[in-house]
Design a binder for this molecule. Structure first.
Ligand code: KG4
Ligand code: ZN
Length: 338
């Protein structure tokens, strides 16, 4: 069957067509219209501008996705849409469009959790993982470890207590003059720096907990930058990028290893925008190799927000019979309020 996936939770408008047969998923079209250039002027996402841009783009992008997949409306079996969490105004554009689209074409509607969708991006690759597994979701809004017991059943076993990893990357990137979002630019800059140059605290909390905290690391990096500026010293940007990235990567690796110990899972799936980070990919790959754990991470092109991952997650909700209807509402939170 063909599933249409729609994503408007933040600053990308995306619609995709995914073909599903059993557990095998194939992307037929995945159109992503990024608003990054628009938000860059402000150094971050402006919610009202995001909502308006989604409204302007979504109809054409849907038509484009159907055309690129070479299918027509009558070929579609279900419509999946990100309903939570995210920017509420942005989510509402996708949810209302998907509801109207499903109603007008008499199609089943499926509400998708954006975080589960990031993990579902891994089902679109070459060797798709099969639950149960441990999932590390690292994005601009979330940093969590999940015990994934089934395609649709996620149990959070660890999370950041404050900022998300991506948020921390973006903040440091902005302060040292990198364009928004700073994550990818910091990734490149870190390759030219010395990892041990600046001592920064670990975001991994001590002890048995699988939780992390990025605020202390972020503050320490900002203090270091301010100190340099006060002394009239040029901030060693590459060294800072390398040291900061190392602290994030080592902190995430430490809690992931503890989570593997605690759950006994033999597969690790990493997902979310920050999963594109080359240092983090290499570190977790090595960690899994050492432990004999299977490591899966989506290709970089599917780590950021996209409609294909929404279609993939929606397909498994559809198979479970988890349908939504025209009463569906969006939610900024990690769950839909009853
Ligand atoms: O998953 P995503 O597209 O949006 C959310 O659901 O939040 O994640 C966006 C985040 C941004 O913070 C961006 O800077 C970060 O992912 N990111 C990266 C890299 N590429 C994107 N962070 C570190 N290294 C990268 N290569
Ligand atoms: Zn996302």
């Amino acid at each position: 069957m063909y599933i249409l996936g729609m994503e408007t939770s933040c600053d990308e408008t995306s619609v995709a067509v995914v073909r599903a047969e059993g557990n095998a998923l194939k992307i037929e079209a995945n159109i992503v219209a990024s608003q990054i250039e628009t938000h860059r002027l402000y150094g971050g996402v402006v919610p009202e501008i995001a909502s308006r841009a989604h409204i302007e783009a979504i109809t054409n992008i849907t038509t484009e996705a159907l055309g690129a997949a070479g299918i027509t409306l009558k070929d579609i079996g279900a419509v999946a849409v990100t309903a939570f969490p995210g920017l509420i105004g942005a989510l509402l554009v996708g949810v209302n469009f998907a509801k109207s689209f499903a109603y007008a074409n008499d199609l089943p509607l499926v509400a998708v959790n954006h975080i589960k969708a990031h993990v579902a991006a891994s089902y679109l690759g070459e060797n798709p993982p099969k639950p149960p597994f441990l999932a590390l979701v690292v994005s601009g809004g979330h940093t969590s470890l999940f015990d994934v017991t089934d395609y649709t059943d996620f149990h959070e076993i660890g999370a950041t207590r404050d900022d998300a990893a991506g948020e921390a990357f973006d903040k440091i990137g902005r302060v040292i003059g990198l364009p928004y979002p700073g994550g990818a630019a910091l990734d490149r800059l870190a390759r030219e720096g010395n990892v041990g140059a600046i001592k920064l605290p670990s975001p991994a909390l001590g002890g048995e907990t699988l939780d992390l905290s990025f605020s202390g690391l972020k503050t320490a990096a900002l203090n270091y930058i301010n100190h340099c500026r006060q002394q009239g010293i040029e901030v060693p940007r590459a060294d800072l990028a390398a040291s900061f990235t190392d602290a994030v990567v080592e902190g995430l690796a430490r809690k992931t290893e503890q989570a593997l110990d605690q759950t006994g899972h033999s597969t690790l799936v990493m997902a979310g925008g920050v999963a594109a980070n080359s240092h983090l990919r290499a570190r977790l790959e090595a960690l899994c190799k050492k432990r004999g754990v299977t490591f899966t991470v989506p290709p970089v092109s599917l780590c950021g927000d996209n409609g294909a991952m929404v279609a993939a997650a929606g397909y498994f909700e559809y198979r479970k019979g988890n349908f939504a209807d025209v009463s569906l509402n969006a939610s900024a939170l990690d769950h839909i309020e009853a």
